[in-house]
Design a protein around this ligand. Structure first.
Ligand code: FES
Length: 100
C-alpha cells in the first residue's frame, strides 16, 4: 500500500486538508472526501473546473492514466485533479493548491 501524504491548499495558500492518499481514487475524489470542495463536472479532463496547481510531487502523479487530454489548462503546473492518480507502491508527498 502507498504511504503518500496529500496536502491540499486553498486558493489563498492556506491549508485546506492533509491526508494519507490511496491509489484507487482520483486526487479530487480523495480531497473531497476530506471536505476540500474541489468542483467537479465532467470527470473526464474535458472542462478543467477541477484544475489544481501542483506545488510538490508532480512526478508522483499519473495524470494521463484515463486517456487523452480534451481541454487545455492555463499553465503547465496545473493538473485536472479529477483524473489524476498517485503512482503506486512508494512513499510520496504531494501538495496541490486549488485555483478557485
Ligand atoms: S471535472 Fe472536468 S476536467 Fe475535471
Amino acid at each position: 500500500m502507498s504511504q503518500t501524504t496529500i496536502t491540499v491548499l486553498n486558493a489563498d495558500g492556506s491549508l485546506c486538508c492533509s491526508f494519507a492518499g490511496v491509489m484507487w481514487e482520483s486526487l479530487a475524489q480523495q480531497a473531497n472526501n476530506h471536505w476540500a470542495n474541489i468542483p467537479l463536472a465532467c470527470c473526464a479532463w474535458a472542462c478543467s473546473v477541477c484544475a489544481c496547481y501542483v506545488l510538490e510531487g508532480r512526478d508522483n502523479i499519473d495524470h494521463e492514466l484515463l486517456g487523452t487530454q480534451l481541454t487545455t489548462l492555463d499553465t503547465d503546473d496545473q493538473i485536472c485533479s479529477c483524473i489524476a492518480w498517485i503512482k503506486p507502491w512508494n512513499s510520496w508527498s504531494i501538495v496541490i493548491k486549488k485555483w478557485r
